[in-house]
Design a protein around this ligand. Structure first.
Ligand SMILES: [Fe+2]
Length: 383
């Protein structure tokens, strides 16, 4: 067996109602003056009280920055950092979906050091840790609450790119599924499918190890069992708990094993056409899984069982059953399955393939090597 390193440095607090403990966790990190970072819609919604009230009850003086947008321009990041420095915050609370948590990670680093985000893109290029962070996700999808990754837009390159570093790993994740009860079906579906793909891709990644693979399988079990239910019955707390738990576990798995070609090919859709991350991943999932089949037959058989397929007679049949069950799940979730339905013109395929090939950080994890010609074929199949 190949040796491996297991590291899960984030303190995880999981459970409905756990957001009530936020002040304790700020104190436990030795901090007294947190800034809550969130987006404009949460900023003007009563859900923000879920974080504000426990801080107020504990007498913690906090600030709120509600300017985080999904693809934040550099000026918004600079504005947040300016406020953090000027008002002397000692901890950042990222309250929102993946983009908000990613923004919070980068703001934490920039609050202590003057750096250019372009210089940090890729693996291990963040020079040091930033302010302490507590992440409180309001979606079940990105896994950003425990991951070392932040994805940002690089407008000059027309591309979303990942910044991955152990210095971005949050100190504490408070995962409270009750915060996701009011998420609309489409966001539940897009973010849930993203989490599911984290489970699948981390399992198949060449960087996977026995521990990460078991986390991946456990994530797939929870997510596949609860996705359709959470989309159809948003107020079903048990379904929401299953999704939040699955998404968290998938986050731990891909923090070790990474994601692969689905994510690499999805990034240009976000960068060029502003397609939401989960929706972009969803259209590429089946083409990439079919492409990887020859390298992954046995692993698909193991995944099939995590997806609830009864143990079949041979791996060929169970690999086929896996592809079928994934296709059914994606359709049940109601996400789009064709690039053309996302408004992407066929002529964009060569430039998207070129952009995807720059995602070496992800492509090198894929169980089968992907050439530029393969990438074009995969986009054509998804079109
Ligand atoms: Fe993702």
């Amino acid at each position: 067996m190949k040796g491996f390193v297991f590291s899960a440095p984030t303190a995880v607090v999981f459970g409905s109602g756990s957001v009530e403990t936020v002040a304790d966790h700020v104190g436990r990190l030795g901090c007294r003056h947190p800034l809550i970072l969130t987006g404009p819609s949460i900023g003007s919604s009563p859900i923000l009280d879920a974080v504000k009230r426990p801080l107020e009850r504990a007498g913690v003086e906090y600030g709120v920055f509600c300017g985080v947008t999904p693809e934040p321009p550099a000026e918004i990041l600079a504005e947040a950092v300016y406020r953090i420095r000027r008002e002397g915050y000692d901890l950042l609370i990222g309250f929102g979906g993946g983009s908000t948590m990613d923004f919070t990670k980068i703001a934490s680093v920039l609050s202590l050091r003057d750096l250019r985000i372009e210089d940090m893109a890729g693996n291990d290029r963040v020079p040091s840790k930033g302010l302490r962070t507590v992440m409180i996700p309001t979606t079940a999808g990105s896994g950003s609450e425990v991951s070392p990754v932040a994805v940002l837009s690089f407008p000059g390159e027309g591309m979303k790119r990942g910044i991955a570093s152990r210095f971005l790993i949050p100190d504490t994740a408070i995962v409270d599924p009750s915060l996701t009860l009011d998420l609309p079906p489409q966001i539940t579906a897009n973010t849930g499918v993203d989490a599911l793909i984290h489970g699948i891709e981390s399992f198949l990644s060449v960087k996977a190890n026995p521990l990460s693979q078991n986390l991946s399988l456990m994530a797939c079990e929870h997510l596949s069992a609860h996705l359709a239910r959470a989309v159809c019955f948003g107020r079903d707390l048990e379904a929401r708990e299953g999704m939040s738990l699955g998404s968290l576990i998938a986050g731990l798995a891909f923090s070790m094993a990474g994601t692969a070609a689905v994510h690499a090919l999805a990034y240009p859709l976000g960068g060029h056409f502003h397609v939401p991350h989960g929706a972009a991943n969803a259209v590429l999932l089946l083409p990439v899984l079919r492409f990887n089949l020859s390298a992954c037959r046995d692993r698909y058989a193991r995944l099939a069982m995590a997806f609830g397929v009864a143990e079949p007679a041979d791996s060929d049949r169970s690999a086929a059953a896996f592809l079928e069950v994934v296709g059914d799940l994606i359709r049940q979730a109601g996400v789009k399955t064709r690039l053309r339905d996302l408004g992407i013109p066929r002529e964009a395929i060569p430039s998207m393939a070129e952009a995807a090939m720059r995602e070496v950080r992800l492509l090198e994890n894929n169980p089968r090597p992907v050439t530029k010609a393969d990438a074009e074929r995969l986009y054509s199949e998804a079109w």
